[in-house]
Design a protein around this ligand. Structure first.
Ligand code: BTN
Length: 243
């Protein structure tokens, strides 16, 4: 796999997409020190300031269809959880489908995107984008995400080579799983870590008046009938999942 490290880019996912459209056929890893337009799921942005986080994307060409390719998200989540756990010595949980949680806060996310699909159903390429908040930014996280966003370490807990070690640990695991793509061995591990499994969930429509604003919080009306500890996951603009 080819590797490129850049200081700054709009989004490592977008950059790889552009490169793939321009004919890049090999597997490729792109790592950036900072993203000016980091992207999250559902059209959200991913706060990607300089030096505090890991922002990287992997372009792959698996012999798989679109559905099988989405397993890469699960693989990346488990690989991340294991790599972080090794460094921190703390149990890391996964919030379905792709968030890594530590002490009740989201410390990282994964955005998997399919570039295209051939006529036989096989994907022409997949990009797995991984963003990890390694250190808490000194100025804190921006307002819209400050309640849920967390980091693995505080702003004064800087450690030499920590980000490198994390990237290497994660990639080693990820590619070990990737080579076994059809065997699903990582699913057992995912199930162990995913704290949504076994919990009671509610899937409810998003109220009409807030449908357009996908970031809006649920209304009092919906919250009224849910237990206090219920957490909210967006499924899409129409439905929300309450865990
Ligand atoms: C999410 O939780 O919403 C997914 C966040 C994914 C962020 C990563 S950072 C590297 C890659 N490039 C992007 O623009 N997004 C992903």
């Amino acid at each position: 796999i080819a590797v490129r490290v850049v200081e700054e880019i709009d989004s490592t996912n977008e950059a790889l997409k552009r490169m793939a459209r321009q004919g890049l056929k090999e597997d490729f890893l792109l790592i950036a020190g900072k993203q000016s337009y980091g992207r999250g799921t559902k059209g959200r942005s991913f706060y990607s300031p300089e030096s505090t986080g890991i922002y990287m994307s992997i372009l792959l060409h698996p012999k798989a269809d679109a559905l099988q390719s989405m397993r890469l998200t699960i693989m990346a989540a488990v690989a991340q959880a294991r790599a972080i756990e090794r460094l921190k010595g703390e149990a890391i949980q996964i919030k379905w489908p792709n968030d890594i949680w530590l002490h009740g806060k989201k410390t990282s996310g994964i955005l998997t995107e399919i570039i295209g699909v051939y006529e036989n159903g096989q994907v022409s390429g997949v990009i797995v984008g991984i963003g990890i908040n390694v250190y808490e930014p000194r100025q804190g996280f921006p307002k819209p995400v400050e309640k849920i966003a967390g980091a693995l370490y505080g702003p004064d807990e800087w450690q030499e080579n920590l980000k490198n070690d994390l990237v290497v640990g994660l990639l080693k695991k990820f590619f070990a799983y990737y080579r076994q793509l059809p065997e699903d061995t990582f699913f057992a591990e995912y199930k162990k870590r995913c704290f949504v499994i076994g919990k009671r969930i509610w899937i409810l429509p998003v109220p009409e008046k807030i449908k357009k604003k996908s970031d809006s919080l649920p209304t009092e009306q919906i919250l009224k009938d849910l237990p206090e500890e219920a957490e909210v996951l967006d499924l899409d603009k129409q439905y929300r999942l309450y865990v």
